[in-house]
Ligand binder design. Sequence first.
Ligand code: C2E
Ligand code: CA
Ligand code: CA
Length: 399
Amino acid sequence: MKSTQRILVIDDESDVSEFVSDAAQAMGLRCTATTDAKTFLDALTSDTTLILLDLIMPEMDGVELLRVLGERKCKAGIVLMSGVGKRTLESAEQLTTALGLTIVGHLQKPFRLAQLEEVLERHAMPEALPIVRQAPEIVIPKAELQRAIEHDEFVLYYQPQIEIATGRAVGLEALVRWQHPERGLIFPDYFIGRLEEFELIDELGWIIAERGLREVSQFANGDGNVPNLSLNESVHSLHDLNFPDRFVSLVEKHGVPPENVTIEITESGLIKELSNTLDILTRLRMKRVKLSIDDFGTGFAMMQQLKNIPATELKIDKSFVLEMNGNDRNRIMVQKTIELGHELGMQVMAEGVETQEQFDLLRRYGCDGAQGYLFSRPIPPGEMVNWLKQYASRPVHAA
Ligand code: C2E
Ligand code: CA
Ligand code: CA
């Protein structure tokens, strides 16, 4: 049995790791300090609440270790220790967040005892727990998900997509919610992963496609033009060679032109499954369905891979857009993604646009589309009909 530890410290300089562990022990905290990645990973348990990690170590660098922590879905708060510049620290924090980890602070080396004690007091003392203030995980049993599918409890909310050059609402993204009879409205982060695990995601995908295609006609404007419909698909659903034919028949059954439908697939999913999905993506494109690489910037796609994906759109992840005004790295990331997308012949859409400043900056950088709370939260179809009417009469954010 591994012993349980609260605090884990890794630094290749043994004086630093000892300094931290002495301070922690003096405060009555359980702490393991090491200079070695293997010892560190062996000591990591679900009881670990705080990790102090050196970014730059010769054997295994801190960034690599962060990836491992991400893979292990580590829930501890993380403090980055480093002597590197602000930019490197910012990019490491960026990566850490993208990996689903929680940064609670950093210590710029050399740091004083008082600074260290402050970090420990704030994040490791029993009264400071729990560090990770996430919603408690609801573990939904398989039978309940099956029942929800049978009883048709999934509904779609819609969020508008704005063409930046004209300010017009040209598209809608369909986002699934579970209208649970007792628990109320449940958001997709709680159930998509479970549905994938139980291989029920294909079924949900078809239910959503059917519903979205059926509902989209009510969003036609005064001239009868229907906005583009974006549907999220799990990469797991793209393994079936019949997918493109079946999808396009469904689209046609509802009288929607295939070029008015976009399938969004996450960058990380695509990269993981690239060889299995390329032929399916190509077939979909041959049938004129559009493809968007969702959450772009979080999946570490290589240029070579991107060139091979027949996507029509890059969708910049909201984590970059949300922080664009305060953080140089994110701003550059957004700007470069727009250039990259255009070089590859793709449209670029920014999600998570919450402020006019973000919108103005995106316009300046030549981004094609924007989506976010600045325009509207995802709302039910009836409300969207009204929203579209009102918005058409005064597209407030237009140039
Ligand atoms: P996503 O595709 O990246 O969707 C965008 C998420 O960002 C949505 O969360 C949306 O409500 C939220 N969002 C939109 N604008 C803003 C903004 O301005 N600021 C902030 N902070 N957030 C904004 P939601 O609806 O909870 O969806 C979460 C994820 O669940 C989606 O991320 C998508 O990956 C997945 N998902 C949603 N619907 C489906 C679906 O029908 N099928 C599959 N396979 N996955 C779905
Ligand atoms: Ca999406
Ligand atoms: Ca996204």
